[in-house]
Design a protein around this ligand. Structure first.
Ligand code: HPA
Ligand SMILES: [Zn+2]
Length: 354
């Protein structure tokens, strides 16, 4: 646990009130792939209007295929689901569905990954992707009061040259995203492969994050910090295999965007009760909870909190700390973060007084 003093007495919150509190407390989401929020129903709806043929009879058959053995087995089906996205409105509908759901679960701010190469490699212009996403974010702010920023992810199974080409295509839209990330198949694709393109992104003033230590070794987390200068580590759960690295992450307060249901569904852990979330918190790390690809992993943000809390015996103090970490670790402007911290404290003070 971090050493921050709680603004309320956790003993005054009954365990039975915890699931509701986890779903209603103000929080941010910092690790969500927008293409991973595409529900089978919407995949079929968009496929129909775009006249794209799918190798499944209906959305129920597609959902039944969601049984994964590792990251790659998921990525294969995730990229095929995204292949229905062709028009601006497809990207808008996808993102808006996520924002509506997130806002209903207490998310006040989301920093959302998108994978342009998944679309541009199919001939969809970068402008189509970013225009649809931008429109959805604008609507989310006005209709749901949820602020959203985008983080452009490079696909690490592709070359650094391809990442540079993607950055080039994205630069006319520089104001529409706040940073870059690194996702897709981790094993065999170390951060060192992308050192130059990340250096260029930092020169451009972009924030920098990277998936590391999901399936890859602790050395990939170190490389993401040392070579890419990542400000947050996405997943990072395998840091626990290297105590010196854990000490470094704690000392430097490097946030980890942990995704418990993702780790379960991709067999990073065998059982949610064996998830290292609590160990990471106890080690003093700035841990956040996130949903990763909620349409594929069986739960949005509230479910990730609720199932982790039930399995690991976490309490209201942990809930406050995790929500607070999610605000502190975000790239939002400090005045907004201050408002959210106050709203969070009020939420828990009210719950403890009730
Ligand atoms: O969990 C993930 N890991 C790596 N790449 C991804 N792309 C979508 N989700 C993921
Ligand atoms: Zn991810």
């Amino acid at each position: 646990m971090n050493t921050t003093v709680l603004p309320f007495d956790p003993a005054r919150i009954a365990p039975a009130a915890l699931p509701g509190l986890l779903a209603s407390m103000p929080k941010t989401e910092l690790h969500i792939h927008i293409e991973g929020s595409l529900e089978p129903e919407l995949i079929f709806e968009i496929a129909q209007r775009n006249r794209v043929a799918l190798p499944y009879s209906d959305f129920e058959a597609l959902r039944k295929a969601y049984a994964f053995t590792d990251l790659q087995s998921f990525l294969d089906i995730y990229y095929s689901g995204a292949s229905v996205l062709l028009q601006e409105e497809d990207f808008e509908d996808m993102a808006l569905a996520y924002f509506e759901r997130a806002a209903a679960e207490g998310v006040v701010h989301a920093e959302v990954f998108f994978d342009p190469q998944t679309h541009t490699d199919r001939g969809v212009p970068f402008a189509t992707v970013i225009n649809g996403l931008t429109r959805a974010a604008d609507i989310a702010l006005t209709e749901f009061g949820l602020s959203a920023s985008y983080i452009l992810c490079f696909l690490r199974h592709l070359s650094e040259e391809a990442a540079f080409a993607t950055l080039e295509q994205a630069l006319p839209y520089r104001s529409r995203f706040i940073g870059v990330g690194l996702d897709s198949s981790e094993r065999g694709h170390p951060p060192s492969k992308f050192e130059r393109v990340f250096a260029r992104c930092r020169e451009l003033g972009l924030h920098v994050v990277a998936h590391a230590g999901e399936e890859g070794p602790p050395a990939y987390i170190e490389a993401a910090l040392d070579l890419l200068k990542a400000e947050r580590i996405d997943h990072g759960v395998r840091c626990l295999e290297d105590p010196a690295l854990v000490a470094r992450l704690a000392r430097d307060k490097v946030p980890l965007t942990v995704c418990p249901l993702s780790n379960l569904k991709l067999c990073v852990v065998d059982d949610i009760a064996a998830h290292p979330l609590r160990k990471l918190l106890d080690a003093g790390l700035v841990v956040t909870i996130n949903s990763d690809d909620p349409a594929y992993f069986g739960g949005y943000l509230a479910a990730n909190y609720q199932q982790s809390f039930a399995a690991l015996g976490l309490d209201a103090g942990h809930a406050w700390q995790l929500a607070r970490n999610s605000i502190d670790a975000s790239f939002a402007p400090e005045p907004r973060k201050r408002e959210w911290r106050e709203a969070l404290d009020h939420h828990f003070i009210a719950a403890a007084g009730a």
